[in-house]
Design a protein around this ligand. Structure first.
Ligand code: PLP
Length: 386
């Protein structure tokens, strides 16, 4: 019998998979770790989903999510051909890597004669770093991007953000020489996660103009920000804006996200997706969401008000809270290490997120919950700091 391990591709063996936030089912736990929205979907959405749970479940859903794309096209003043829907925006980010980036493997045939000779002499594959095979992103940002590059066997170019998680200007990027202006695919999390920092459309536009490959502006949290960069998707044929119903629209459970871009890019992504990638209830709930936008806009305002209040309260307790344009804050706690705070808060039934990367290891990422949840967090923090 063959060892099953030997049947798995080495690339998969070596892969460090994406680690999602914990979803524990502990009673009474205040869950502020995965940036979910504390408010339920609109009553219209609940009614639509209940009304759809019938004999239709035996049928395949609309393969191109037509109604949802039409409604989104109206909202964003574009055409349905400018939009692709995904099983969460995560699916679309993965499709973008597959559609626009060459994997490094299989490039042996493209080696120059000298490299080919070296390969034969040493028996080793020279490290090939080329723009066509490069997935580029700022660091820190959404930790899924490097995983997607690894799964695809692409090269990664992680370029550090400036102090306080600012995006370097184009002249700064040119001077530092780390940014690949021809990278096949660049992801920009805007506003940034995990810092919450927002970026102006003007600075993003300069970056997009200077970068020649496909640029995905990942606007997962943009409804909580001052500006969005949707106009860049219609202005530049290489710019994609990524959105999700998960965060601002209280629909994580349904897994619906979308890209807005030039029809040529959308058609390429469309070619390689699964035929029925967006489940029927997901399509129905997302469509009903768009029928009740005022409900959600009220929720954005509530989340933003709680964010500002919580930031003030934690600052008074000695936390260093970074300004946020998202539904979470990044805060450096006083007295103990952030990792210890994670544990101490958990003992008080409050779950937040901690990341081990050096740039953020001194911080906690705290999702904005209801005002009552924020008050409970402040009470717990006071007790811990006492
Ligand atoms: C920056 C960013 N982009 C995309 C996503 C994925 O969202 P979705 O639920 O649409 O897959 C997340 C989720 O945490 C995120 O933080």
């Amino acid at each position: 019998m063959k060892n099953p391990r030997s049947l798995i591709r080495p690339l998969v063996h070596e892969l460090h998979a994406y680690v999602p936030g914990e979803q524990p089912k502990i009673k009474g736990l205040i869950k502020l770790n995965t940036n979910e929205n504390p408010y339920p979907p609109s009553p219209r959405v609940m009614k639509a989903v209940k009304g759809a749970v019938d004999g239709r479940l035996r049928l395949y859903p609309n393969p191109i999510a037509q109604l949802l794309r039409e409604k989104l096209a109206k909202l964003h003043r574009c055409k349905p051909e400018n939009i692709i829907i995904g099983n969460g925006s995560d699916e679309l980010l993965a499709l973008a890597v597959r559609a626009f980036v060459e994997p490094l493997v299989g490039q042996a045939s493209c080696l120059s004669p000298s490299k080919e000779k070296k390969k034969l002499e040493t028996g080793k594959m020279p490290v090939l770093r080329n723009s066509k095979a490069t997935v580029q992103y700022f660091h820190p940002s959404y930790s899924l991007y490097p995983v997607l590059a690894d799964i695809h066997g692409a090269a990664k170019n992680a370029v550090p953000l400036n102090a306080n998680f600012a995006v370097p200007s184009v002249p700064e990027l040119k001077r530092a020489g780390l940014w690949d202006f021809n990278a096949a695919l660049t992801f920009v999390t805007t506003p940034n996660a995990p810092s919450g920092r927002g970026y102006s459309t003007a600075e993003l536009e300069k970056l997009c103009r200077a970068t020649k490959g496909v640029v995905v502006l990942d606007e997962a949290y943009v409804d909580f920000a001052r500006e969005n960069a949707m106009k860049l998707a219609s202005k530049y044929p290489h710019v994609i804006v990524s959105r999700t119903f998960s965060k601002a629209y209280s629909l994580c459970f349904q897994r619906v996200g979308y890209f807005v871009a030039h029809p040529e890019l959308i058609a390429a992504l469309d070619k390689i997706r699964d035929s029925y990638n967006v489940n029927g209830l997901g399509q129905i709930t997302a469509t009903a969401t768009l029928d009740d936008l005022p409900y959600y806009r009220t929720n954005f305002r509530k989340v933003i008000a709680t964010r500002e209040e919580l930031s003030r309260s934690l600052t008074k307790l000695g936390f260093r809270v970074l300004p946020s344009q998202t539904n979470f804050i990044l805060a450096k706690p006083p007295l103990f290490a952030a990792k210890d705070w994670l544990q101490k808060l958990r003992e008080k039934k409050i779950l937040v997120r901690w990341f081990s990367q050096p740039e953020v290891k001194d911080f906690l990422r705290i999702t904005i919950g209801t005002p009552a949840e924020a008050e409970a967090l402040v009470r717990a923090a006071k007790a811990i700091a006492r």
